[in-house]
Design a protein around this ligand. Sequence first.
Ligand code: SF4
Length: 418
Amino acid sequence: MDGKAPRSAGAGSESTAGDRALAPEPACPPGAQPFGIYLHFPYCLSKCPYCDFASRAAAIVPQERYTQAVRRELELRASEFPRRAATSVFFGGGTPSLWEAREVGGVLQALDRAYPFTADCEITLEANPGASDEARFAAYRAAGVNRLSVGAQSFQPSVLQNLGRRHTPDETARAVQAARAAGFENVSVDLIYGAPGHTGALVLDDARRAVALGTEHVSAYALTLEHLAEEVPMARDRRRGLITVPDDDTQAQMGAVLRAELERAGLKRYEISNFAHPGREARHNLNYWRGGGYLGLGVSASGFARASDGRRGRRYTNRRAPESYFAALDRRELPEKEQERIGTREVLLERLYTGLRLTEGLDLATLDGLCGTAICRTKAQELTRFAAGGLCTWDGTRITLTERGLDLHTSIAAALTP
Ligand code: SF4
């Protein structure tokens, strides 16, 4: 995805227990659950050497062909996601700001017919600073997009070069200005820290320059090259000792510096790697982290059809190669590469691991009721020990990780797994 670094558990932050005032649940029709729609756009201007997302460099993007394929997939999936109202739509990639606004607008109209957008539906599009200008953004705004996510990554020319990014820091600043001029009141920037050439001072400068842009939201992920496929150039070069990246401790310190600066500017950490001014948290991602269902459309997109009891569902992931995706849809077949039935155990694990990422915390009593477990009772000793050690607050119902606890998110979630 443009601007999305591989996920890291992240480390440290200034924000602690009690930060529960997140965005209210979107206004759904009575009885409806939040429901997000993710659209993946798999084309980019060039392929960045650290990227293992489903994206490819394309001199000519098959604009209409891709739109038609996505719309056909939407039709084929209608029966699995009936009677939903969309509370969020997210165009990710790849570089969706290469998708012409008229195509994006056509897709949005089809989505709105199938899943009527709530009045406050959040509609985000990821934008590469190298493929951004005011006229383009104004056309997206007119098409219905109301939030832009700009892939800044860094404001250091040397770091951008090391990451193989083509855009410049000035282009990022101009992209945010263009977004404002085009009428966007909700803008996010993505940052990467711990890249080759990054120092603590440079990460601090990145944070300050991101703050100076005045966006409502910032995502900040550590660069993670471990576990990436051999064909990802920077992962391969790192294994061969051809490039060095800051070690884990240094990366963690950089993360702490960055977080402190963002929080000083009023951007509150609401998830391990995400920061926002109050009320500007990303609704689409909140729905993921809160365990909501979502429709995924496009190459490599994933979706989760959640059963109404909340305890089961089906997850699918689409084919990764555009040719294969197109071919399946030409045959009027779902373009899935894999799918799995999600049972109560998987729901429990996902809710634990994703819910603990949020500074609003996780209601373990409700989770016990949903999944038929007794974490509150059987893990009482661990919960008390974590709270006494300053890793969380625990009121007998809800657990909320502190800054130190978020550093240890994965091991805490493992310890609470029944
Ligand atoms: S812009 Fe770069 S990082 Fe983003 S999806 Fe394309 S290749 Fe990957």
